[in-house]
Design a protein around this ligand. Sequence first.
Ligand code: XMP
Length: 516
Amino acid sequence: MQHDTVIVLDFGAQYSQLIARRVRECKVYCEILPFSASVEKILEKTPKGIILSGGPSSVYAPGAPHVSPELFELGIPVLGICYGIQMISWALKGKVQKAHKREFGLAPLHIKDHHTLFAGLPSTLKAWMSHGDQVVKLPPGYKVLASTDNCPLAAAASKAKKIYGIQFHPEVVHTEKGTQILENFVRKVCGCKPTWSMENYERTAIRQIREMAGKGRVLCGVSGGVDSTVAAALIHRAVGKQLSCVFVNNGVLRMGEAEQVRAMFKKKLKIDVHYADAGDEFLKALEGISDPEQKRKTIGRTFIRVFEKSARELMKKKGRFDFLAQGTLYPDVIESVSVKGPSATIKSHHNVGGLPEDMKFKLVEPLRELFKDEVRALGAKLGIPKDMLWRQPFPGPGLAVRLIGEITREKLEILRKADAIVIEEIQKAGLYYSIWQSFAVLTPLKTVGVMGDERTYDHVCAVRAVHSADGMTADWVQLPHELLGRISNRIINEVRGINRVVYDITSKPPGTIEWE
Ligand code: XMP
């Protein structure tokens, strides 16, 4: 299905991805391009609308990012947000200058024109402002649509040219009716049809995968994480038994995890998974290694070796693979000034790019166009259970980066038990899904304690729980004291080898989420 497309040109805003997600919530397909994309490249996408994002620069500063003025002559509707409205004014002979007062936070927006952009909205709403510069004179032919007390030209347009600008941020949740403003732009101004939905996506993706694969065979590494599971389920819907999945147990999974992942694929998704139980091989390779990066590299290398071996076994049985499936998401591939996508580095472990030449298959990346929330919605349609789709993220190198220092089987067992208690208690308290990550860390530090009449000398366990939107920044969670008390009591009573529990109250930055 051909969807109407809106393009976001990114000027380095922290919110560019959010704009695209909000547009997609209006069921209109949206892609992000860097502000420097040429007009030809933009036209290749046949957009029905263009949104200019915010950005940290001053539009009049030397070297500031600009778009070609040609963009405003294409007859394609444009909406400039924050830096975007300044860009429009600057390019079309209006005037932008430093505001008397920087404005950051909510301000009442008084709407003067209730057509197009503000159709169906009340006369005043709260808008999120975040700017140091502002437009002080509109380009010729432009009219003001809304104002705040500090910013008389908070929204303006040339309706004839379908070029709109707003100083506030409709994409953030704090702006009242923000999504409706974006929806008015993409639907009423651009005339986009609301066809972007996961039902449509599923249908189209299945057809495309079938067309591409033909009778070819597809290999997919699964980890039990959301992305690889949804990718596998979708491809399985499309080509059934032509798909072979490989699940590698790297010996540093959590308690019961390997069994849960295998059961989900077998019982819920009815997908056969080749199980490579390679814990011993990984733990042998990790012997004597304490350095965090060495641990990651060792796990990465071993993963490739084990994956390759499994693939060769499957090829012997069933014939050669033609395709390799990966759960790459849209944020991983956005070519953008601001958003490099955490996954570029984070996912290096699952990246099977290190396979030898004779195993370089064509890539199938059926989630390449999707944001994480869309992947979850698609996963739900494919029958993947909720507890799996909303699982907290778990790093590729697993417990290896939560067991500080050298990894031994004994210490891994201790950590697994403590970690299971943290998760269980957080789940029981109903907090699991509202927390980004919560887990236990086993430190090599030993301290003295007393248990009954006996002196103990055992490990310190740290509990970590953080709120985050994307893993790039994080805040420690103010867990209720009773819950912390229960976790601590249970770990000390039930886990031999730990006699002290501490809670990590470090945000990111300056800390990281994982301890290694
Ligand atoms: P940090 O510790 O850097 O973690 O604040 C940010 C997010 O990335 C995850 N993480 C990893 N994921 N391989 C992964 O697949 C890794 O080597 C890795 N290191 C950190 C971490 O769990 C958090 O969600």
